[in-house]
Design a binder for this molecule. Sequence first.
Ligand code: 4NP
Length: 154
Amino acid sequence: MRVLFVCLGNICRSPTAEGVLRHQLTEAGLADVIEVASAGTGDWHVGKQPDSRTCRAAQLRGYDLSSQRAQQVRVEHFNEYDLILAMDKSNLANLQSLRPGHASAELDLFLRRYEGAIDEVPDPYYGGEQGFEEVLDLIEAACRGLVIELKGRL
Ligand code: 4NP
């Protein structure tokens, strides 16, 4: 199983989701069988580490994002991953227009699938510290649902 998280810049929300899901999969003993990655629809930050505010907030909750480097979504990803999860509706719309007709990956909005009350992870990039905490809260909760689903699919 391979899961790809997608946001706009791949330096805030999707790297957080990658780190949190990997951590929860390790705790569940599934890290060897489920592969996790992240990407952005934009290319501005390709090759860079996640945003320093993202890294700091994640580190305080025990997630190390420092080895991650930003990449842009590519057409091949739609066949390399089983599940592609978008952080907001704009990311999802961009993915839908990039998706080749024959692609095998399932595409969905991350929170719509696993959380319910809110269906988008708000972009924290232009906001304050609290935004990064909210991103972590939403992603931690949704990843718990995702781990349960992934276990059921194995
Ligand atoms: P992300 O946040 O999509 O969660 O990585 C953003 C990062 C950078 C920019 C926008 C959103 N930007 O405009 O550079």
